[in-house]
Ligand binder design. Structure first.
Ligand code: PAF
Length: 252
């Protein structure tokens, strides 16, 4: 498995006979990989001749600079987890990825303003812009996204359709811990007490008859609740527990 930080180096590999003309599966990430990412990599490996993982902590999708600063950076461990599945890891610098200083960006004006977008202004502009850049650089046949980030998945699918991008988006089921908590890079920041409480989050989303009942139940247990809303047959929620923000969703 090759680890590449330079875009020219990557483009040379992408154009080489080992890669050109073959189905390429792509797993875009911000690193701090866990078993959820491993499931995406395993699926990409099974469905493509070549697999590439990107590890890029994208500054433009963080509306809170403290959140960006705290984001775990664990490239060596990420490469070790990816090694059985990926042929290449692309880990570019922010300078290489934003030569324009983020003057140019992708904006969606409807779904991106709701739910996560209402609480994290500009977040989805950053996500869509970096995903478009990644697709342009990687030129994947298929790209794998987890359903935990339901709104991101819908918006990326919408962008692919709107901008006529030649890539197939493959949604992958959320991977959960044995107690039901969705795996997330942020879980490693939970204290033992917050981790014990976090288990109730997906359970309440699933069991509560209405979003309002879910909000009340979560607040009663000590969560700060950003939102719980039903949208397109899915119940989505975002909470804070012990200073860590978690999102999740369940099908209704
Ligand atoms: O889901 C993520 O990890 C990120 O939002 C993504 C898709 C890699 C873009 O930075």
């Amino acid at each position: 498995m090759k680890i590449l930080t330079g875009l020219d180096e990557w483009r040379r590999l992408r154009g080489s006979p080992e890669w050109a003309g073959r189905p390429v599966g792509f797993v875009p990430t911000m690193g701090a990989l866990h078993e959820g990412h491993e499931a995406l990599l395993a699926r990409a490996r099974a469905e493509n001749e070549r697999v590439v993982l990107s590890v890029f902590v994208n500054p433009t999708q963080f509306n809170d600079p403290a959140d960006l600063a705290k984001y775990p950076r664990t490239l060596d461990a990420d490469a070790a987890l990816a090694a059985p599945y990926a042929d290449a890891v692309l880990a570019p610098s922010p300078e290489a990825f934003y030569p324009d200083g983020y003057r140019y960006r992708v904006t969606e004006n409807a779904l991106s303003t709701k739910l996560e977008g209402a609480h994290r202004p500009g977040h989805f502009d950053g996500v869509l812009t970096v995903v478009l850049k990644l697709f342009n650089v990687v030129q994947p046949t298929r790209a794998y996204f987890g359903e935990k980030d339901w709104q991101q998945l819908q918006l990326v699918r919408g962008m692919v359709e709107a901008l006529l991008l030649p890539v197939e988006i493959v949604p992958c089921a959320t991977v959960r811990d044995t107690d039901g908590l969705a795996l997330s890079s942020r879980n490693r920041r939970l204290s033992p007490a917050a981790r014990a409480l976090a288990e109730a989050f997906p359970r309440v989303l699933r069991m509560a008859p209405t979003p309002a009942v879910a909000v009340a139940a979560l607040r009663g247990k000590g969560f700060e609740v950003d939102y719980v809303e039903d949208h397109d047959g899915v119940r989505l929620g975002a909470v804070r527990v012990g200073g860590v923000r978690l999102i999740d969703n369940v099908r209704l």
